[in-house]
Design a protein around this ligand. Structure first.
Ligand code: PDD
Length: 292
């Protein structure tokens, strides 16, 4: 796969792609981003990512670098230039480059960068069987986690702590409740089969995969409750799982080394996973060889 990036109007080899060292993305993390997957060469839930990007920009008063249809065109052109079939599309918009000064620069033009890298989604399909381990970390992020900004240092530290503990994800705990993972949304399944996930308020990022799963699960007859749950409730849950664009629905088999439910991926998680893989196939035509 050739590695071509998009930087402010130009398609350039990744190694040559660069922005100003005075870019506010670098200086202040004054920028927002999106991560989408392309499967079979087609972007999954792309409209949801574009809508969230526009919302993030509006919340921070960063100008849109171009309209949604132009953005869509650039993304598709970049995927084509990279000859990407299974890939992650990364998109970042910063407030632009300007002399360093905390207040908004008067005439900054937003910087838009996009990159594409190969991503084997079949790994996630196989992980459906084994599930993942989670550890908890104190919530250290700011109060507007609904905006997908690149100020991800607390997320980075939490993820690293998880890796060092041999876990896949860190669940952030605030006042006794679990908000979400370092880069995924958190869910539990109660003993009556009710699905519970944190409300999409300012305390979490409203995951696109989260939204898709809520829609699919409700249509499939599941009861979904958007409410905060505690670490104790997670430990006592029948099942738990995570969702994100790059990890559609992975069962959580343990939290802090203590098994959740039977300590294996449960039947509800597997069913929800099948619903999501079905939706992925419907939108993109992609179907992994094995699921679970
Ligand atoms: N992370 N919560 C957080 C804090 C996230 O960073 C993400 C996504 C999610 C799930 O959102 P979605 O379903 O839209 O992927 C929840 C991306 C994948 C990342 O930062 O790489």
């Amino acid at each position: 796969m050739p590695r071509i990036a998009y930087v402010d109007g130009a398609y350039v080899p990744l190694r040559e792609a660069a922005v100003s060292i005075e870019d506010r993305g670098l200086q202040f993390a004054d920028s927002v981003y999106e991560v989408a997957v392309a499967l079979n060469g087609r972007l999954f839930d792309w409209a949801g990512h574009l809508a969230r990007l526009r919302r993030s920009l509006a919340e921070l008063s960063i100008a849109e670098p171009m309209g949604p249809s132009a953005l869509d065109l650039v993304a598709r052109k970049l995927l084509a230039k990279n000859r990407a079939r299974e890939a992650i599309l990364y998109l970042q918009v910063t407030r632009g480059a300007a002399r360093r000064d905390h207040g908004f620069p008067p005439n900054a033009r937003p910087t838009l960068v996009m990159t594409v890298r190969p991503f084997d989604m079949s790994i996630r399909a196989r992980q459906q069987a084994t599930g993942i381990k989670v550890v908890t970390q104190p919530e250290q992020r700011w109060a507007r986690r609904d905006i997908k900004t690149t100020s991800l240092l607390p997320n980075v530290l939490a993820k690293q702590a998880a890796r060092q503990a041999g876990a896949f994800e860190a669940w952030m705990v605030e006042d006794g409740t679990i908000t979400e993972g370092a880069s995924t949304n958190a869910w539990i399944v109660e003993s009556d089969g009710t699905l519970v996930t944190h409300p999409a308020d300012h305390n979490i990022l409203a995951g696109v995969m989260r939204g898709t799963l809520i829609r699919l699960a409700c249509a499939d007859g599941f009861k979904v409750e958007e409410r905060a749950f505690s670490l104790q409730q997670a430990s006592a849950a029948a099942e738990a799982f995570i969702t994100s664009t790059t990890a559609p629905c992975l069962g959580v088999v343990s939290v802090n080394g203590r098994p959740v439910g039977k300590g294996a991926v449960g039947p509800v998680t597997l069913r929800l996973g099948r619903l999501l893989w079905g939706e992925i196939e419907r939108q993109t035509g992609y179907r992994p060889a094995t699921i679970g």
